[in-house]
Design a protein around this ligand. Structure first.
Ligand SMILES: C[S@@+](CC[C@H](N)C(=O)[O-])C[C@H]1O[C@@H](n2cnc3c(N)ncnc32)[C@H](O)[C@@H]1O
Length: 177
């Protein structure tokens, strides 16, 4: 038998990482849960799903990809690379769409780069909703990015809405509009 090395490199030659450790992978092979298929010039590995298997996630839309629709999307909004691993805008967008009514007030106590605020502004635009949000963040550098992001989303999309923020340390507990 001839051994073939298979690397996690996409068609566009982007290097990815394996989904599991070698040990877990070999266990899956032993359990006959992996199948290797030749597709054109490549060997592609698939994990088999059984009919009665409880699936791990329904969140499989390509828009949930954190790099393309999180990191790159934030980069495009800010005009520079600033924040490591924001969530995909669409993961939060779909969550808010599923879980809220159009007049709800939504609190994100771990706001990070402000994905939740961005998603709510976008959803309000799409369904003419009137959701409001409160974002709380502890790290100064994340606060700055979060504020800038929300301001830019409002500007770039000509959103006619108010955004007010409070920065206790820098501004001595004053509201800034
Ligand atoms: C995983 S990040 C959130 C990322 C965000 N959902 C996004 O996609 O941009 C978690 C954030 O929670 C913040 N955080 C952690 N503990 C906190 C606390 N007690 N109060 C406020 N923010 C907190 C961290 O500083 C970090 O920015």
């Amino acid at each position: 038998m001839v051994g073939l090395l298979v690397y996690p490199i996409t068609d566009k030659q982007i290097e990815r990482t394996w989904k599991t450790t070698e040990k877990t992978f070999l266990k899956l092979v032993d359990e006959n849960k992996i199948v290797a298929i030749r597709e054109n010039e490549n060997i592609v590995l698939y994990e088999k799903l059984r009919e009665k298997q409880v699936i791990k996630t329904h969140w499989i839309k390509k828009e949930y990809h954190a790099y393309h629709f999180g990191t790159k999307l934030l980069e495009n909004t800010l005009g520079r690379k600033e924040f490591s691993f924001p969530k995909s805008l669409y993961t939060v967008f779909d969550t808010v769409k599923l879980m809220t009514n159009s007049n709800d007030l939504i609190l994100d106590f771990h706001a990070g780069s402000g994905t939740t605020g961005h998603a709510i502004l976008k959803l309000n635009e799409e369904d003419n909703g009137n959701r409001q949000f409160i974002l709380v963040e502890q790290l100064n550098e994340h606060i700055d990015i979060c504020i800038e992001r929300i301001q830019k989303v409002i500007e770039q999309n000509n959103i006619n809405d108010n955004f007010t923020y409070l920065e206790p340390k820098k501004y001595n507990q004053t509201f800034i509009e």
